[in-house]
Ligand binder design. Sequence first.
Ligand code: FMN
Length: 222
Amino acid sequence: MHIDDALRARRSIRAFRPDPVPLELVREILQAATLSPSGTNIQPWKVHVAAGAVRARLEAEVLAHRESDPEDKAAEFPRSSKRKEPYTTRMRTLGKAMYGLLEIPKGDQAANWRQWGRNYQFFDAPVGLIFTIDKDLDAMSFVDLGIFAQSLMLAAAARGLGTCAQGAWNNYWTVTRRVLSIPEDEYIVFGMSLGYADETAPVNSLVAEREPVDSFASFHGF
Ligand SMILES: Cc1cc2nc3c(=O)[nH]c(=O)nc-3n(C[C@H](O)[C@H](O)[C@H](O)COP(=O)(O)O)c2cc1C
């Protein structure tokens, strides 16, 4: 597959078929992702991969915690909830398109809550990944982790698998840490769903808009 075709083939998948992903295939995708660059080659990425009964327990415990303590939304590491333009508009555009496909009317808080909760079911994907990083590393290692995640998503896409990166897993990290026995000295940075896309689900037809090159790049000395 041409790399640009893989870039186009990867889109966030938010409804999966139950078909299992064999461990060997998960390992192959992770192996491919290790080819990612990282500053001074420290390869700071750590991935906790959950399937089967463990994944089911993670889902059940996080959802139960979420119902019992809905306000427990803080990430483990500093994050700002402030958004300004042009980001607010882009975020709203995505939300409108996604909730439109899901047929969730604007302002339906109960339906919004339920749909966001689908994150913690990995959108029914059979494999859930939790990405962590040692707490004593600096911001550059978060960059490395993001690059690694994109490599992983492209390697998955090239093999016909769908993924969705999920910052939602910032929340309820106390539960995730406990269920997956994640060491205290690692930050839980984000999660990811991995599996086979349910092509019949309208939400998977979402194509998120992109801004043109001239909106973010400035050229000097050409
Ligand atoms: C770091 C990161 C966190 C994300 N968190 C979530 C999430 O929690 N839930 C979700 O449904 N999508 C999440 N997404 C997916 C984005 O909404 C998606 O990448 C964006 O809208 C562009 O669409 P595309 O991935 O289909 O190209 C996340 C993506 C990234 C890179």
